[in-house]
Design a protein around this ligand. Structure first.
Ligand SMILES: NC(=O)c1ccc[n+]([C@@H]2O[C@H](COP(=O)([O-])OP(=O)(O)OC[C@H]3O[C@@H](n4cnc5c(N)ncnc54)[C@H](O)[C@@H]3O)[C@@H](O)[C@H]2O)c1
Length: 322
């Protein structure tokens, strides 16, 4: 199969491309514009193994220009996995128009290009953040998601609506996967575990927002990739499909518990600063994964602690302290 992965140089995208290539039967084309949200060095490192594989090619360019990128005009892919985005909840509050431009206009450009090319299989990387502060947990896919509490969440909810639109009008089959905070090697530096280890290495205090009771359903990147791979099978074996599926761990970890795990793993003492909770951030994320279990045979298998250890091993080896 020929697969286009947008956001291939990123955290999840690079792991996914590696798994797709492990099977030996896929051609993978990565599209990435090396958005300056975090360092190009980290993204170049993410691509090292991929660049050694003759079945991988990288196209450097933006979603906006997708129709003009010569490298993408020849053989069309059988499937697109759309992970390129401006990610992160809190940074989106400072830059709503940047997030809307990349995540909404960029997704629209991609969908139009797929329509023109006659590509009819899409997996869209959506987010748990679209549940906002929904009062009932665990979050189920049929819950109302029309009250986003950050620009990032708004763009992901819009993405899911746009993919429905193109499914309805142009028969572009789509599975929207709502990822719950992903952890593991290559994690983005703006995400809590990476950010905390960075500060700890520099001897600076980590900022703990709120009273420590906020919680995240941290999910290991290898489990997320397994869920994406199972979604490919479901998508490509269905003649017509549009669906939304949570990929989480179903085991929320509080901020307090997270810090305990970090303290037990870190080689360096942890200094802490308690600060007020930030608006736009959600209190709790907690995935109901019954649908993923039924439709995908999805079963996350890496514990939070093992995921943090895997991150820390990578972090020490890559010496990316910034
Ligand atoms: N990491 C998580 O915890 C998490 C949780 C929920 C959803 N997601 C979603 O999963 C996807 C991947 O997330 P990630 O953590 O790997 O993020 P990431 O920032 O590491 O990867 C995204 C990649 O997209 C690229 N990109 C940005 N704008 C682009 C554009 N206009 N054209 C081409 N490439 C562009 C970036 O350069 C980056 O390499 C994103 O859509 C994100 O919103 C991530």
């Amino acid at each position: 199969m020929r697969v286009l992965v947008t956001g291939a140089a990123g955290f999840i995208g690079s792991h996914l491309c590696e798994r797709l290539l492990e099977l030996g039967e896929n051609q993978v084309i990565g599209l990435d514009n090396f958005d300056p949200f975090y360092s190009r060095t980290q993204k170049d490192d993410n691509l090292v193994l991929l660049k050694e594989n003759p079945n991988f090619s990288l196209v450097e360019g933006s979603l906006d220009q997708i129709s003009d990128l010569d490298e993408l005009q020849s053989e069309k892919p059988d499937l697109v996995i759309h992970l390129a985005a401006k990610a992160g909840v809190l940074p989106s509050i400072k830059d709503p128009s940047g997030y809307i431009h990349t995540n909404i206009n960029g997704t629209l450009s991609l969908l139009d290009w797929m329509k023109e090319k006659g590509i009819s299989n899409l997996i869209f990387g959506s987010s748990s953040s679209i549940y906002g502060n929904y009062p009932v947990t665990p979050f189920r896919e049929d819950m109302k998601v029309s009250q986003p509490i950050s620009p990032y969440a708004l763009t992901k909810a819009s993405g899911e609506m746009m993919t429905y639109n193109y499914y309805h009008l142009y028969d572009i089959n789509c599975i929207n996967l709502r990822f719950f905070t992903v952890i593991g090697p290559r994690q983005r530096p703006d995400l809590a575990i990476h950010k905390f280890f960075n500060l700890i290495q520099k001897g600076e205090p980590i900022k703990l927002y709120g009273d420590g009771s906020s919680a995240r359903d941290y999910t290991y990147v290898g489990d997320i990739v397994s869920g994406v791979m199972a979604s490919i099978d479901l998508l490509t074996s269905s003649s017509s499909i549009y669906d939304v599926i949570n990929l989480g761990n179903h085991k929320p970890v509080t901020l307090g518990e997270m810090v305990e795990v970090i303290e037990s793993i870190s080689d360096v003492p942890v200094k802490k600063d308690h600060v007020p909770f930030q608006p736009g951030d959600v209190d709790v994320t907690y995935a109901d994964i019954a649908k993923a279990r039924t439709l995908l045979g999805y079963e996350p298998s890496t514990s939070f602690e093992d995921g943090v250890r895997a991150f820390y091993d990578w972090f020490k080896e890559s010496r990316l302290v910034s």
